[in-house]
Structures are given as structure tokens and as C-alpha cells.
Design a binder for this molecule. Structure first.
Ligand code: ADP
Ligand code: MG
Length: 250
């Protein structure tokens, strides 16, 4: 589903991704961990067409979304093709970015109706199913301000799922939550993983990584320092940088 081969990305003179190679097979969950500034969000943003890669190859669902051979020009998808592919990728951010003036249900039906031209009645039925799936069947008419952070994040997940994504990207989805609300969001993500969704999850929740992820990649300074089976990497990290990081978050 996702194949990165020697992907690099700089902002000015700051090289943020240095030859990142990672693959995520269909139905697999990759947890991406690492200190702040290591390039995790930038990598997700490249996958989601919010940034372009400077070098290397990045393929999503078989489509080459950007690459540059040595000395060659950058090859990119046409904007229309990029926009089409973005619709197949759901993204959930640290800050629940729900539309504040819309109810939970309205948040969920907005993109299917506006972008996919879905039938409104059908979109509402589907939104109610998704709200039930994230445990919020009774919150359809609630505005974000009246929901807890955990509830808002579950609505954000339902909203992303309403577009029937092939791939879900999570960028520290529980980092802004009060500790007692983290579990309800991770439970929804775990259930989603078990349903076969392909997911890349940037998180510091090592329990989730150990239990749910098929692979874990530790990034530091724009490189993948080590990756592999999460249980193995967490139990027996091979690199000092990984050990130092894990000793802080475990
Ligand atoms: P992480 O998510 O691992 O904390 P980021 O990908 O957000 O790391 O950031 C990696 C580096 O890239 C940081 O040094 C950050 O300041 C820089 N960076 C990220 N986005 C931009 C941008 N749009 N312009 C300039 N620098 C950026
Ligand atoms: Mg980040």
C-alpha cells in the first residue's frame, strides 16, 4: 500500500527526511515513533500529498506519487490525480480539527456530500453507522464544544472513514488528550486495525504499538534508525538512540 524508497525531503537547508525506506503492506499497521523533529509528520504529509518529495520514490497503492532520479527533474502526479488519491487517504491529527459550527453528524457527512457528491440521505445513514462504530451513536447532534477530547477524536476518525479510505494516517492522535481519554481512542484504532485497515500511526503509545502494530519504525534526525517487529524492537533495541528514546517513553 505504501512503499518509500530512499525518500528525501528538505526545507531550505534543513534536510528533514534522509533517504527513508519503508513499506506497509495492505492491511498492515506501521507505528512510527521517534523524538520531536525527527521527520515523522513530514513523512506522513508526503504520503498525503501535502508535501512533495525531493528525491527517492514514494508509491501509494501502486501509484507513484513522486520521484526524482539523479539529475532528473521531479516527477509528480498531476494535481487532479493527486487530489483523487488524497480522497483515498484518511488523516487524523493530534488536534481534533472538527468544524466547530457543525454537529458530529454534519462533520461526518460534509466531505462525502461535497467531494463525492453522495446522496444526503445515504450519507446520513452511513454517518450514523460510523458513529455507532466509534461508540458515539447518541452524539450525532452534539457540537464539538460539547464533546470531550476523546469523543471529538473518535468523531474525527469516523469522519475520515466516511470517505472509505484505503489508508489511514494518524499523527499523534492521542497526544493532546487527557490520560483517561487515551484508551477509548486507541480502542477504536485497534478495532479499525483488526477490521483490516492499512494504517500508519505516529504515536508514543508503546502498548498500542506492541499489541496492534505489525511493524515499528524508530526515526531520529530524519533517518529510520531501526525497524521491525514491534515486540522485538521494543524488547531488544539494537541502537543506542532507540534505547535512549524508549527509556523516556516506556
Ligand atoms: P516530527 O513530526 O517527527 O516532530 P516534523 O516532520 O514535524 O517532525 O519536523 C521535522 C523538521 O522539519 C523540524 O525541524 C521542523 O522544524 C521542520 N519542518 C517541518 N515542516 C516544515 C515546513 N513546512 N517548513 C520548514 N520546516 C519544516
Ligand atoms: Mg509531528
Amino acid at each position: 500500500m505504501v512503499e518509500a524508497v530512499q525518500v528525501s525531503k528538505s526545507f531550505g537547508s534543513n534536510q528533514v527526511l534522509k533517504s527513508i525506506s519503508l513499506t506497509v503492506a495492505r492491511g498492515e499497521v506501521l507505528c512510527l515513533v521517534g523524538p520531536s523533529g525527527s521527520g515523522k509528520s513530514t513523512f506522513l504529509r508526503c504520503i498525503n500529498h501535502l508535501e512533495t518529495v525531493d528525491a527517492g520514490r514514494l508509491r501509494v497503492d501502486g501509484t507513484l506519487i513522486g520521484y526524482r532520479e539523479k539529475g532528473d527533474r521531479l516527477h509528480e502526479l498531476k494535481p487532479r490525480d493527486a487530489a483523487r488519491q488524497r480522497r483515498d487517504i484518511g488523516m487524523v491529527f493530534q488536534r481534533f480539527n472538527l468544524f466547530p459550527h457543525m454537529t458530529a453528524l454534519e462533520n461526518i457527512i460534509e466531505a462525502p456530500i461535497r467531494v463525492n457528491r453522495a446522496n444526503k440521505a445515504a450519507a446520513i445513514v452511513r454517518a450514523r453507522e460510523l458513529l455507532a462504530r466509534v461508540g458515539l451513536a447518541d452524539k450525532a447532534d452534539a457540537y464539538p464544544a460539547h464533546l470531550s477530547g476523546g469523543q471529538q477524536q473518535r468523531v474525527a476518525i469516523a469522519r475520515a472513514l466516511a470517505m472509505d479510505p484505503k489508508l489511514m494516517l494518524f499523527d499523534e492522535p492521542t497526544s493532546a488528550l487527557d490520560p483517561e481519554l487515551v484508551g477509548e481512542v486507541l480502542d477504536v484504532m485497534k478495532q479499525l486495525a483488526q477490521s483490516g485497515m492499512t494504517m500508519i500511526v505516529v504515536t508514543h503509545e508503546m502498548g498500542f504499538a506492541r499489541e496492534v502494530a505489525d511493524s515499528l519504525a524508530f526515526m531520529d534526525g530524519g533517518v529510520v534508525v531501526e525497524s521491525g517487529d514491534p515486540r522485538t524492537v521494543l524488547a531488544d533495541p539494537q541502537h543506542e538512540r532507540t534505547r535512549a528514546f524508549l527509556s523516556k517513553v516506556l
